[in-house]
Design a protein around this ligand. Sequence first.
Ligand SMILES: C[S@@+](CC[C@H](N)C(=O)[O-])C[C@H]1O[C@@H](n2cnc3c(N)ncnc32)[C@H](O)[C@@H]1O
Length: 234
Amino acid sequence: MSERSKEERVHHVFEKIYTKYDSMNSIISFQRHKSWRKDVMKKMKVREGASALDVCCGTGDWAISLAEAVGENGKVVGLDFSQNMLSVAKEKKERSSLDQLELVHGNAMELPFADNSFDYVTIGFGLRNVPDYMTVLKEMYRVVRPGGLVVCLETSQPTLIGYRQLYYFYFRFIMPAIGRLMAKSYKEYAWLNESARNFPDKDTLKRMFYNAGFSTVHVKSYTGGVAAMHMGIK
Ligand SMILES: C[S@@+](CC[C@H](N)C(=O)[O-])C[C@H]1O[C@@H](n2cnc3c(N)ncnc32)[C@H](O)[C@@H]1O
């Protein structure tokens, strides 16, 4: 698939599933995504008053956690290219009256920010959706300040024999079926299977972080390697 057609397909998926995204996420990950995010935030030790960018922010949960952590003297930007996903994030922002959070329509492949602008740059379940992983990693590296952190939480490839096969079976057959049943979106949830299957394993992604320029990269796997966190220091 060309970069352009992947981008169009992904854009269509999220413009379509935005009303069901949050509830489907909890169903298909058995609520695990909440504890993964919580653990990653603990590891990041976000400072009050700091600045952060959440790339591919979607319906805004990670951007909101970051905004709460930096407090009213800090600043957080959430960026996404789906106006519909952003509309859900905007409703949540209004409900929680977080003035330090700004939501921006933009493309992860060309971040509309100057070099060295943020203390933290995050991407949650976004990297596997972009047309070129390296371009986005390099963009995140460019906009984080020296000494700052770039953190990616993403699906990964479990290695344990048996568990791995079970995971692929679940992603290939069960998850799209749940998508059809709950969200009336079989094709869109089949895309999640495809994008997760094609995504690099945690060691390959770690090498990609180094290739993007990071001097240190920490990796942590979750739930038997179903998901992984990569944390790069610039
Ligand atoms: C699986 S959702 C993740 C949303 C959120 N980060 C979370 O953890 O729940 C992926 C998001 O990435 C966005 N996205 C995909 N490709 C993008 C791109 N090239 N630029 C900006 N956003 C993109 C989609 O619109 C979607 O909201």
